[in-house]
Design a protein around this ligand. Structure first.
Ligand code: SF4
Length: 368
């Protein structure tokens, strides 16, 4: 931990806190999760905001809290419904962990969110940042936070020359986040740091002229902001991948399978899909037939190719080729929780991946 005077002087810290406080009182956005300091709502918003823009999260947050206003209601919910409400936000592990943690809060903490960082970090999906946000924002307790916006802000404020994404950089920035914390009114302080990072100290063009922290910002004073290392690692797409999806029709109903725990979209429903190792259309059609059989037990015959979707997942650029097929025999393997025939209306109710939903929507446009 950095000692009280090791980076900023006492006067600088006081100025920083005062300026930030004044700025936040004028510029804080009205956001649904700021209506009160319910720890459950703080937790939910912080999980949703990871890797997702504020404007996208708004509607999801409203829908989620309308359906599950308390941690008890979330804990009692069916995972399928939780995933359906999460559909489109991506990173579905967040939703599964949230659900699992809600069950633990109800089962082991009498439905009350723990109030310490250490206890919170024992729950699934809660790391040091989320725990710090819950403790500081919901309970106004002294806990530092460090997320994308504050990593960038603190890197510039301190003109940190190392790599802020590496462990030494993270250690330094956590210590700074702790050093600048005031003794009281922690909730608005931490929220103000994130808000300033999001609205003023933005990734490409920080608005230093309007920034309340200009007078304590080492990056600004030394003119080194542009030379500091980036605070996020740019995702490099290094591999291309061909994937096939088979939409099997049986008298107006479509074949779906539920993704298994070891699969990317665990818990979500999907059309049979598999990676293609060949570009030969004949071989791909044969593979469609054999994969549908092995994944679902259904025997199918491919009737055509109807759509191509290009998208990216982690480092992969994926080309998704969608085939239509009709059922010619076989029986579903597994129970209704693993494979199903569904109508278009039922498809709309089930949680699907983004590409699964695109395919589902395009079915209505296909010639009958
Ligand atoms: Fe960011 Fe500029 Fe403010 Fe420094 S002065 S914190 S670089 S916006």
């Amino acid at each position: 931990m950095i000692s009280e005077t090791s980076f900023f002087s006492s006067q600088e810290k006081q100025r920083l806190r005062r300026s930030l406080n004044t700025w936040y009182s004028k510029h804080a956005r009205e956001l649904p999760w700021r209506e009160n300091n319910d720890p459950y709502r703080v937790w939910l918003s912080e999980v949703m905001l990871q890797q997702t823009q504020v404007e996208t999260v708004r509607a999801y947050f409203e829908r989620f809290t309308n359906r599950f206003p308390t941690v008890d209601q979330l804990a009692e919910a069916d995972e399928e419904e939780v995933l359906k409400l999460w559909e489109g936000l991506g990173y579905y592990r967040r939703a599964r962990s949230l659900h699992a943690a809600a069950k633990q809060v109800v089962g082991f903490h009498a439905s009350k969110m723990p109030e310490s960082v250490d206890e919170l970090m024992k729950l699934p999906g809660i790391g040091r940042y989320t725990a710090g946000a819950i403790v500081s924002i919901a309970h106004d307790k002294r806990a530092p936070i460090l997320e994308a916006n504050t990593i960038r802000l603190l890197t510039r404020l301190t003109a940190y020359k190392g790599d802020p994404t590496k462990s030494a950089g993270q250690k330094f920035l956590w210590a700074i986040a702790e050093e600048i914390l005031p003794q009281k009114k922690i909730a608005p302080f931490n929220q103000a740091l994130m808000e300033l990072g999001s609205l003023v100290c933005t990734p490409t063009e920080p608005n230093c002229k309007e920034c309340p922290l200009q007078s304590v910002c080492k990056g600004y004073q030394t003119g080194t902001i542009d030379s500091l290392k980036p605070t996020t690692t740019k995702l490099k797409f290094t591999d291309a991948k061909e994937v096939a999806v088979v939409v099997v029709d049986s008298r107006g109903r479509y074949l779906l399978r539920r993704c298994q725990p070891n699969e990317r979209w665990s818990g979500l429903w999907d059309f049979p899909r598999f990676s293609c190792e060949t570009e030969s259309p004949v071989v791909i059609e044969q593979e469609c037939v054999s994969k549908v059989k092995s994944l679902t037990g259904v025997e199918a015959e491919v009737t055509g190719h109807f759509k191509q979707i290009k998208h990216a997942v982690t480092r992969f650029r994926i080309t998704l080729d969608c085939y239509l097929a009709k059922r010619i025999g076989g029986r579903l393997c597994g129970d209704r929780n693993s494979t199903r025939w569904v109508t278009e209306e039922e498809l709309a109710e089930l949680p699907l991946s983004v590409t699964g939903r695109k395919i589902a929507k395009s079915l209505a446009k296909l010639p009958v």
